[in-house]
Design a protein around this ligand. Sequence first.
Ligand code: DC
Length: 236
Amino acid sequence: MIYTPRPLIIAIDGHSSTGKSSFARAIAGELGYIYIDSGAMYRAITLFAIRNKIIIDEYVDEEELKQQLDSIEIMFTKNARTGRNDMFLNNENVEEEIRGIQVSEKVSFISKIAFVRKKMVAFQRKMGEKKGVVMDGRDIGTVVFPDADIKIFMTADPLIRAERRFRELIENGVSTSLQEVEHNILERDFIDQNRSESPLRKADDAVTLDNSYMSQEEQMEWFKNLLQQKFKPAHS
Ligand code: DC
Protein backbone atom coordinates (compact mmCIF):
# COMPACT_ATOMS: atom_id res chain seq x y z
CA MET A 1 0.00 0.00 0.00
CA ILE A 2 1.25 3.48 -0.86
CA TYR A 3 0.89 6.13 1.84
CA THR A 4 0.04 9.71 0.97
CA PRO A 5 0.92 12.55 3.38
CA ARG A 6 -2.76 13.40 3.73
CA PRO A 7 -5.99 11.99 2.31
CA LEU A 8 -6.31 13.20 -1.27
CA ILE A 9 -9.05 13.67 -3.79
CA ILE A 10 -8.05 12.14 -7.11
CA ALA A 11 -10.20 13.06 -10.11
CA ILE A 12 -10.12 10.93 -13.24
CA ASP A 13 -12.00 12.17 -16.29
CA GLY A 14 -11.82 11.30 -19.93
CA HIS A 15 -13.39 9.75 -22.98
CA SER A 16 -15.72 6.75 -22.91
CA SER A 17 -14.18 3.29 -22.58
CA THR A 18 -10.65 4.46 -21.83
CA GLY A 19 -10.45 2.20 -18.80
CA LYS A 20 -11.09 4.97 -16.28
CA SER A 21 -12.91 2.68 -13.86
CA SER A 22 -10.25 -0.04 -13.90
CA PHE A 23 -7.50 2.52 -13.44
CA ALA A 24 -9.36 4.43 -10.71
CA ARG A 25 -10.16 1.19 -8.88
CA ALA A 26 -6.53 0.07 -9.08
CA ILE A 27 -5.30 3.41 -7.72
CA ALA A 28 -7.83 3.28 -4.89
CA GLY A 29 -6.58 -0.22 -4.06
CA GLU A 30 -2.94 0.92 -3.99
CA LEU A 31 -3.70 3.90 -1.77
CA GLY A 32 -6.34 2.28 0.43
CA TYR A 33 -8.86 4.85 -0.81
CA ILE A 34 -12.51 4.58 -1.72
CA TYR A 35 -13.34 4.31 -5.41
CA ILE A 36 -16.45 6.13 -6.59
CA ASP A 37 -17.87 5.49 -10.05
CA SER A 38 -19.88 8.61 -10.87
CA GLY A 39 -20.99 7.19 -14.23
CA ALA A 40 -22.87 4.43 -12.38
CA MET A 41 -25.12 7.11 -10.86
CA TYR A 42 -26.11 8.48 -14.29
CA ARG A 43 -26.57 4.93 -15.52
CA ALA A 44 -28.92 4.09 -12.63
CA ILE A 45 -31.09 7.15 -13.32
CA THR A 46 -31.13 6.16 -17.00
CA LEU A 47 -32.28 2.63 -16.13
CA PHE A 48 -35.07 4.11 -14.03
CA ALA A 49 -36.09 6.33 -16.96
CA ILE A 50 -36.08 3.40 -19.39
CA ARG A 51 -38.13 1.20 -17.11
CA ASN A 52 -40.67 3.92 -16.47
CA LYS A 53 -40.87 4.96 -20.13
CA ILE A 54 -39.56 8.43 -19.28
CA ILE A 55 -37.10 8.05 -22.13
CA ILE A 56 -38.27 6.70 -25.45
CA ASP A 57 -35.74 6.61 -28.26
CA GLU A 58 -33.90 9.92 -27.74
CA TYR A 59 -36.83 11.77 -26.25
CA VAL A 60 -36.84 12.38 -22.49
CA ASP A 61 -39.99 13.50 -20.69
CA GLU A 62 -38.09 15.99 -18.52
CA GLU A 63 -41.15 17.16 -16.59
CA GLU A 64 -41.90 13.60 -15.53
CA LEU A 65 -38.26 12.91 -14.64
CA LYS A 66 -38.06 16.09 -12.59
CA GLN A 67 -41.13 15.07 -10.63
CA GLN A 68 -39.82 11.60 -9.92
CA LEU A 69 -36.13 12.40 -9.37
CA ASP A 70 -36.34 13.09 -5.64
CA SER A 71 -38.04 9.78 -4.98
CA ILE A 72 -35.34 7.78 -6.78
CA GLU A 73 -32.93 6.29 -4.30
CA ILE A 74 -29.47 5.41 -5.54
CA MET A 75 -26.66 4.11 -3.38
CA PHE A 76 -23.54 2.00 -3.45
CA THR A 77 -23.33 -1.17 -1.34
CA LYS A 78 -20.29 -3.38 -0.99
CA ASN A 79 -20.64 -6.77 -2.63
CA ALA A 80 -19.08 -9.31 -0.24
CA ARG A 81 -18.26 -11.70 -3.09
CA THR A 82 -16.47 -9.28 -5.41
CA GLY A 83 -15.34 -6.74 -2.81
CA ARG A 84 -16.64 -4.01 -5.12
CA ASN A 85 -19.34 -1.42 -4.60
CA ASP A 86 -22.49 -2.34 -6.51
CA MET A 87 -25.05 0.23 -7.58
CA PHE A 88 -28.50 -0.09 -6.02
CA LEU A 89 -31.58 1.59 -7.47
CA ASN A 90 -34.49 1.75 -5.05
CA ASN A 91 -32.95 -1.11 -3.04
CA GLU A 92 -32.43 -3.36 -6.05
CA ASN A 93 -28.95 -4.38 -7.17
CA VAL A 94 -28.74 -3.09 -10.75
CA GLU A 95 -24.96 -3.32 -11.14
CA GLU A 96 -25.15 -5.72 -14.06
CA GLU A 97 -28.10 -4.15 -15.82
CA ILE A 98 -26.65 -0.63 -15.88
CA ARG A 99 -23.59 -1.89 -17.81
CA GLY A 100 -25.66 -3.27 -20.69
CA ILE A 101 -25.87 -1.75 -24.14
CA GLN A 102 -29.49 -0.65 -23.57
CA VAL A 103 -28.43 1.75 -20.81
CA SER A 104 -25.19 2.73 -22.59
CA GLU A 105 -27.20 3.85 -25.61
CA LYS A 106 -29.44 6.16 -23.60
CA VAL A 107 -27.27 7.45 -20.77
CA SER A 108 -25.93 10.51 -22.62
CA PHE A 109 -29.47 11.81 -23.12
CA ILE A 110 -30.10 11.68 -19.37
CA SER A 111 -26.67 12.90 -18.24
CA LYS A 112 -26.94 16.09 -20.27
CA ILE A 113 -29.98 17.30 -18.30
CA ALA A 114 -29.05 20.13 -15.91
CA PHE A 115 -31.31 19.18 -12.98
CA VAL A 116 -30.08 15.57 -13.10
CA ARG A 117 -26.45 16.74 -13.00
CA LYS A 118 -27.16 19.11 -10.13
CA LYS A 119 -28.45 16.28 -8.00
CA MET A 120 -25.65 13.88 -8.95
CA VAL A 121 -22.93 16.48 -8.30
CA ALA A 122 -24.32 17.15 -4.81
CA PHE A 123 -24.29 13.41 -4.11
CA GLN A 124 -20.73 13.05 -5.44
CA ARG A 125 -19.44 15.96 -3.34
CA LYS A 126 -21.03 14.42 -0.25
CA MET A 127 -19.36 11.08 -0.96
CA GLY A 128 -15.98 12.80 -1.33
CA GLU A 129 -16.20 15.09 1.64
CA LYS A 130 -13.94 12.99 3.86
CA LYS A 131 -11.34 12.77 1.06
CA GLY A 132 -9.25 9.66 0.48
CA VAL A 133 -11.27 9.05 -2.68
CA VAL A 134 -10.66 8.32 -6.32
CA MET A 135 -13.63 9.36 -8.43
CA ASP A 136 -13.98 8.89 -12.16
CA GLY A 137 -16.36 10.52 -14.62
CA ARG A 138 -16.50 13.40 -17.08
CA ASP A 139 -16.63 16.53 -14.92
CA ILE A 140 -14.91 15.50 -11.70
CA GLY A 141 -11.84 17.72 -12.12
CA THR A 142 -13.76 20.59 -13.71
CA VAL A 143 -17.03 20.78 -11.74
CA VAL A 144 -17.37 18.28 -8.90
CA PHE A 145 -13.93 18.77 -7.32
CA PRO A 146 -12.21 21.71 -9.03
CA ASP A 147 -9.71 21.71 -6.14
CA ALA A 148 -8.87 18.00 -6.46
CA ASP A 149 -5.26 17.20 -5.50
CA ILE A 150 -4.58 15.17 -8.63
CA LYS A 151 -6.47 15.43 -11.92
CA ILE A 152 -5.98 12.93 -14.70
CA PHE A 153 -7.55 13.14 -18.16
CA MET A 154 -7.66 9.77 -19.93
CA THR A 155 -7.90 9.21 -23.63
CA ALA A 156 -7.06 6.54 -26.23
CA ASP A 157 -7.48 5.87 -29.92
CA PRO A 158 -11.26 5.33 -30.58
CA LEU A 159 -10.76 2.05 -32.46
CA ILE A 160 -8.59 0.64 -29.67
CA ARG A 161 -11.23 1.68 -27.14
CA ALA A 162 -13.95 0.01 -29.23
CA GLU A 163 -11.95 -3.21 -29.51
CA ARG A 164 -11.37 -3.36 -25.76
CA ARG A 165 -15.03 -2.70 -24.98
CA PHE A 166 -16.17 -5.16 -27.66
CA ARG A 167 -14.03 -7.91 -26.14
CA GLU A 168 -15.39 -7.13 -22.69
CA LEU A 169 -19.02 -7.29 -23.87
CA ILE A 170 -18.48 -10.54 -25.77
CA GLU A 171 -16.83 -12.08 -22.69
CA ASN A 172 -19.92 -11.07 -20.73
CA GLY A 173 -22.15 -12.82 -23.25
CA VAL A 174 -23.53 -9.65 -24.86
CA SER A 175 -24.23 -10.02 -28.54
CA THR A 176 -23.02 -6.98 -30.48
CA SER A 177 -20.67 -5.97 -33.28
CA LEU A 178 -17.45 -3.97 -33.24
CA GLN A 179 -19.07 -1.35 -35.47
CA GLU A 180 -22.00 -0.96 -33.07
CA VAL A 181 -19.65 -0.53 -30.10
CA GLU A 182 -17.47 1.98 -31.94
CA HIS A 183 -20.54 3.95 -33.02
CA ASN A 184 -21.79 4.06 -29.42
CA ILE A 185 -18.40 5.22 -28.09
CA LEU A 186 -18.07 8.00 -30.67
CA GLU A 187 -21.66 9.11 -30.17
CA ARG A 188 -21.19 9.29 -26.39
CA ASP A 189 -17.96 11.26 -26.77
CA PHE A 190 -19.71 13.68 -29.10
CA ILE A 191 -22.68 14.25 -26.79
CA ASP A 192 -20.47 14.44 -23.67
CA GLN A 193 -18.18 17.04 -25.28
CA ASN A 194 -20.87 19.16 -26.89
CA ARG A 195 -23.57 19.35 -24.25
CA SER A 196 -24.16 22.76 -22.68
CA GLU A 197 -24.14 21.44 -19.09
CA SER A 198 -20.64 20.57 -17.80
CA PRO A 199 -19.28 19.30 -21.11
CA LEU A 200 -16.42 16.85 -20.99
CA ARG A 201 -13.18 18.81 -21.22
CA LYS A 202 -9.72 18.52 -19.78
CA ALA A 203 -9.23 20.73 -16.73
CA ASP A 204 -6.38 23.21 -17.22
CA ASP A 205 -4.42 21.59 -14.41
CA ALA A 206 -5.12 17.97 -15.42
CA VAL A 207 -2.42 15.62 -16.72
CA THR A 208 -3.28 13.67 -19.88
CA LEU A 209 -2.84 9.92 -19.98
CA ASP A 210 -3.16 8.37 -23.45
CA ASN A 211 -3.20 4.64 -22.75
CA SER A 212 -3.71 3.42 -26.35
CA TYR A 213 -0.54 1.35 -26.15
CA MET A 214 -0.11 0.95 -22.39
CA SER A 215 -0.72 -2.08 -20.20
CA GLN A 216 -2.39 -1.72 -16.81
CA GLU A 217 1.00 -2.20 -15.14
CA GLU A 218 2.49 0.61 -17.21
CA GLN A 219 -0.38 2.88 -16.29
CA MET A 220 0.18 2.17 -12.61
CA GLU A 221 3.90 2.96 -12.99
CA TRP A 222 2.92 6.21 -14.68
CA PHE A 223 0.65 7.06 -11.75
CA LYS A 224 3.29 6.27 -9.16
CA ASN A 225 5.68 8.63 -10.94
CA LEU A 226 3.03 11.31 -10.96
CA LEU A 227 2.47 10.89 -7.24
CA GLN A 228 6.20 11.01 -6.58
CA GLN A 229 6.51 14.22 -8.58
CA LYS A 230 3.70 15.76 -6.58
CA PHE A 231 5.16 14.96 -3.20
CA LYS A 232 8.82 15.35 -4.08
CA PRO A 233 10.52 17.63 -1.54
CA ALA A 234 10.98 21.12 -3.01
CA HIS A 235 14.81 20.94 -2.85
CA SER A 236 15.29 17.61 -4.67
O1 DC B 1 -18.20 6.41 -17.21
P1 DC B 1 -19.45 5.79 -17.82
O2 DC B 1 -19.29 5.38 -19.25
O3 DC B 1 -20.05 4.70 -16.98
O4 DC B 1 -20.52 6.97 -17.82
C1 DC B 1 -21.80 6.79 -18.34
C2 DC B 1 -22.30 8.09 -18.96
O5 DC B 1 -22.56 9.04 -17.92
C3 DC B 1 -21.35 8.75 -19.94
O6 DC B 1 -21.81 8.61 -21.28
C4 DC B 1 -21.34 10.20 -19.57
C5 DC B 1 -22.07 10.31 -18.28
N1 DC B 1 -21.28 10.84 -17.18
C6 DC B 1 -21.27 12.20 -17.00
O7 DC B 1 -21.86 12.93 -17.78
N2 DC B 1 -20.61 12.73 -15.95
C7 DC B 1 -19.94 11.94 -15.09
N3 DC B 1 -19.30 12.52 -14.05
C8 DC B 1 -19.91 10.56 -15.28
C9 DC B 1 -20.58 10.03 -16.35
